[in-house]
Design a protein around this ligand. Structure first.
Ligand code: GLP
Length: 244
């Protein structure tokens, strides 16, 4: 789906999320959302907050699982994804914080494996993710599944690609301050979502969008696996779609 501007695309995705929440609500069910961070979903969250304030959209029946977090990372750190989610969404809506799940960047290294397995089990125990939203990194990563991430990967500790670390410098101030590792849902975790929306805005994403759509399906472009999903939409603005 190609929209003229980022704002039009973001409004569309926010409406899809709101419709999913409301239809699950109407049937008395919880709605399980897979959420992303970064610049890409910011406007979507702003639209959802506006819908909460102006249209009474409630998040009481919403359960969330975030895709990823730097590791190690304290939740109060300016660049933590935990903080991003609080600042850009959770603090402004009526979600019950016990329904919010984030990879824990403070966990002791020896407990990481157990934590990741528990994260997978929690997703399953909620009946799986109804709608997963995704941005895309210039390496083709989704979450922090960098090139080389296998299709059967689950939530785990990964090392970050040098391009991804370089892209994070503006937030952290210098390359040395950018974490070398992260916790991320795996490709398999993401592909198990019932519905997926991948978004990309801006000319700098145009080359990786083209590769994702045109390349053979390969772990060297992790986002290309999404083409094997039955219900995955790709939402672009005109600039990101320039080479398609
Ligand atoms: C980050 C995140 C991804 C995100 C991507 C794009 O490193 N781990 O989940 O989708 O890179 O970021 P942005 O939306 O800021 O372009």
């Amino acid at each position: 789906l190609i929209f003229p501007l980022l704002d039009d695309g973001s409004r569309y995705v926010a409406e899809q999320i709101a419709t999913t929440i409301r239809s699950r609500q109407a049937n008395g069910n919880y709605c399980v959302l897979g959420l992303a961070t970064g610049a890409t979903p910011k406007k979507i969250y702003a639209h959802l907050i506006a819908m909460h304030r102006n249209e009474g959209l409630s998040f009481r029946n919403v359960v969330t699982f975030n895709l990823d977090e730097y590791f190690p990372m304290r939740p109060e750190h300016q660049q933590s994804y935990a903080r991003f989610m609080r600042d850009n969404l959770f603090n402004h809506i009526d979600i019950d914080f016990k329904n919010v799940h984030m990879p824990n960047g403070t966990i002791d290294a020896i407990h990481v494996h157990d934590f990741c397995q528990r994260y997978e089990q929690q997703i399953v125990s909620w009946g799986g993710i109804d709608l997963q939203i995704l941005g895309i990194g210039r390496t083709g990563h989704i979450g922090f599944n960098e090139p080389g991430s296998p299709s059967d990967s689950e939530t785990r500790l990964v090392s970050l690609d040098p391009i991804t670390r370089k892209d994070a410098v503006p937030g952290f101030g210098c390359l040395e301050a950018v974490p070398t590792h992260a916790l991320t849902m795996g490709i398999k975790t993401i592909m198990q979502a019932k519905r997926i929306i991948l978004m990309a805005w801006g000319v700098q994403k145009a080359p990786i969008v083209k590769r994702t759509l045109d390349c053979e399906i390969t772990e060297m472009v992790p986002a290309s696996f999404l083409r094997q999903h039955d219900a995955c939409s790709i939402v672009l603005d005109r600039l990101a779609a320039m080479q398609v």
